[in-house]
Every structure is written in C-alpha cells, then in structure tokens.
Design a protein around this ligand. Structure first.
Ligand code: BTN
Length: 248
C-alpha cells in the first residue's frame, strides 16, 4: 500500500473473481468503511447496459464501495468523480496530459479510442441510499475485442508502450478518487462539472445520443446540474439523463 493511500479506506486485492462489482456488493453489508476491491483476473466483468466487459490479463479491474453520505441525487454524480480521478491517475502515471479526454457519461479516451469504462451500481432502495459500487476497468495491457459499436478500444501499452501494473495503478487512483470525492462532498457538483467539461471530448460538436426509446442528433452543449447531457437538437435543447453517445 502506498504512503498516499486514503485514510480509513480498505484495500482488498484478489487473484481472481467473477466481477469486482459483484464482489463489492457481496462484501458491502460486512464493511464498516469504504473499500477498493481489485481483481488481477476477472472472469465475468460487467459493462454498462447489461453488456459484458472483457478483461484480458494485465488489465485493471477494481470497484470502490462506499455508503455515500450526501443527498440521494448526489449518487449519480460519483461517475464524474470517478472519471476525473481516473484521468488524473492516468496523467500522473504517464506524464501525458493532452493524450486523454472524457466522454459522456463516463468513458476515458486515449488518442480518441476507449481506454477505460466506469459502471455505477447503487445497492440502495427508495429514497434512502445504501451502498454505491463504482466499478472501473482500464485497458492497461491489452484491448478487449471490438464489438463494432461506438469507439474502438485502445490500451495504454498499445498506444504508449507503457507497462503499468494494476496494483500500482490502484495506488495512484485511490488518492485521486479520495480528492475528487471530498471535493464533491465539500463543494457540491459545480466544481466537478467545470473540471469535467474542461476535459470533455467533442464539446460544441455534433453527436448522436441513443436512449432506450429514441435516437437524437444535435450539438453537445454541456452537462446540467444533475449530470444529464445537454444536446441542442433541431427541436430545441434536450437534457438526456442516460444514453449511449456516438461521435459523428
Ligand atoms: C463500460 O461499459 O464502459 C463500463 C465497464 C466497467 C468495467 C469494470 S471492470 C471492474 C468493474 N467490475 C465489473 O464487473 N465491471 C466494472
């Protein structure tokens, strides 16, 4: 564990697990403090919208489990906290600030390809939030197969020739996450939103947002105070809480 490891956060490293999000959810009731759960191999990784997440050997798969203390509407904003922390950790590890960008809702891009994904799973019911699991997958070593939709995956090794071990990356990521989490708790979403927008890919440019019910085209104008995508369409400004986004 590094000297910068955040106080009172547990660090759990597993050789192999089905999914770190699933394991974090199983552990949640017995945890008295937030924890990072890292797996060196994940056999049934989960992606957004019920998709599989493939983890070639050497990639990063970890989940942070916590019981957020803020209001229930703050829970979804943790995906922006995670994206900022992830980008900071990647910049710290590589020294290359300009190579990375953020894609709404919560991907990290490297040279325009998908390097990392984030999956939030709330274990709470109703208005009383329980535990929140934030799963993060990073293609450190190798690319998973491309399913032909969205952006092609890239790896840190393939794009930059940098070999980064998953445990070493967790030691950089955990303090970065603690920093942005504290910022959200102390100052609310505004500074998180500003920082995220400053790093956003394709701001002011055309994109397509596909929700479960419709496909919308428009100009990416920003994100609102709830984290929803703001899209200027031919019908006016739309706030889209959840969608898959495709660049033109
Ligand atoms: C996405 O679809 O872009 C999100 C992918 C999230 C994958 C990570 S890997 C660690 C954690 N455990 C899982 O089962 N999924 C997340």
């Amino acid at each position: 564990m590094s000297d910068n490891w955040p106080a009172s956060v547990r660090r759990i490293v597993l050789t192999e697990i089905d999914s770190t999000n699933a394991e974090a959810a199983r552990l949640a009731p017995s945890l008295s403090a937030p924890a990072w759960v890292l797996a060196l191999r994940q056999t049934r990784g989960r992606g957004r919208r019920g998709r599989d997440w493939h983890d070639p050997e050497g990639n990063f798969a970890a989940s942070y489990v916590t019981r957020p203390s803020g209001p229930p509407q703050q829970v979804a904003l943790y995906s922006f906290v995670a994206a900022l922390a992830l980008q900071d950790a990647l910049v710290m590890a590589t020294g290359r600030r300009d190579a990375f960008a953020l894609k709404w809702p919560n991907d990290v891009l490297l040279h325009g390809g998908k390097l990392a994904g984030i999956l939030l799973e709330s274990l709470g019911r109703g208005a009383q939030p329980g535990h929140l699991v934030i799963g993060i997958g990073v293609n450190l070593r190798a690319c998973p197969p491309f399913d032909g939709t969205g952006l092609a995956p890239v790896s840190l090794m393939g794009e930059m020739g940098i070999a980064l071990e998953a445990e070493a990356f967790l030691d950089i990521l955990a303090p970065a996450f603690a920093h942005w989490e504290a910022r959200l708790q102390r100052d609310g979403f505004a500074p998180i939103r500003d920082a995220w927008l400053a790093r956003a890919a394709r701001l002011g440019q055309p994109l397509t947002a596909r929700t479960v019910t419709e496909t919308l085209e428009g100009i990416f104008e920003g994100i609102d105070a709830t984290g929803a995508l703001q899209l200027r369409t031919s019908q006016g400004l739309r706030a889209i809480p959840a969608a898959d986004v495709y660049f033109a």
